[in-house]
Ligand binder design. Structure first.
Ligand SMILES: *Cc1c(COP(=O)(O)O)cnc(C)c1O
Length: 242
């Protein structure tokens, strides 16, 4: 194995241990939580190593970077997730490689995804990204990180329900950096879990709860996350922003 692959294997093992411990602490089965490795800013060669090490799900947050990487890795049979803020003019490209979009946060994006998915003849799984910056209140201040206010989730879900080539898979959130829950991921993730449970009451198939990153995967698993999105802890600290 190359030195890089050795390093990725060691990092993956450490993350696997954290997820297993978090599941055990929460009284959950390890199989209830899927690891998605966020490969943004890292090259296709790393994605290839990860696939060889057993990773099945990867995520990207910028189409300009993701499209060529996914094309280079098309032979690996990976599930590609899109987790970044998505402009409607990128949607045609994203639906060609991503099977799921975690960052669905407005009706206009639902319309664009629906049209692009129909053109591509491909069903796309949608997760509604919920903004939790408002804390226990329903109307968060605009955060710039995307996300629908908790009070508008049901309306957005109905828009996805009505779109023929879109499938509502669940919800996603990033722990808020501002507002009453800044630095306190657990109550934020608990709120997300309640929103997910309300959605599931009328849509049992929308069972995904995408929450938890390198610094807060334990809190997310404790709150019921089904998918954790891990970048830094597997691939290393990203140079610059990303
Ligand atoms: C980058 C990113 C992650 C991974 O974050 P790490 O802290 O590197 O684990 C997860 N989710 C989203 C939406 C991201 O943009």
């Amino acid at each position: 194995m190359s030195a890089r692959k050795d390093q990725l294997a060691a990092n993956l093992a450490a993350v696997e241990e954290r997820i297993a411990a978090a599941c055990a602490a929460a009284g959950r089965a390890r199989e209830e939580v899927t690891l998605i490795v966020v490969t943004k800013t890292y090259p296709a060669s790393d994605v290839r190593h990860l696939a060889e090490l057993g990773v099945t799900d990867v995520a990207e947050n910028r189409d300009q970077e993701a499209a060529p990487k996914a094309a280079e890795c098309a032979d690996l049979g990976l599930n590609w997730h899109f987790v970044g803020q998505l402009q409607t003019n990128k949607v045609r490209s994203v639906v060609r490689y991503a099977s799921r979009v975690h960052s669905v946060d407005r009706p206009r994006l639902v319309d664009a995804l629906s049209a692009a998915a129909a053109k591509e003849g491909r069903e796309i799984g949608c997760l509604l990204q919920v903004a939790l910056e408002g804390g226990p209140e329903d109307s968060p201040l605009p955060s710039g990180r995307g996300g629908v206010a908790p009070g508008a989730v049901e309306e957005l879900a109905a828009a996805v329900d009505a779109a023929p080539f879109l499938r509502l898979d669940g919800v996603m959130a990033v722990a808020p950096l501002t507002g009453p829950w800044a630095g306190r991921p657990r109550p934020a993730f608990d709120r997300l879990a309640r929103i997910a449970s309300d959605l599931r009451a009328s849509r049992p198939a929308a069972a995904m709860v995408s929450a938890g990153m390198s610094s807060d995967l334990e809190e997310a698993v404790a709150a019921g996350a089904t998918h954790v999105r891990i970048g830094t802890a597997v691939l290393g600290v990203r140079p610059g922003l990303g």
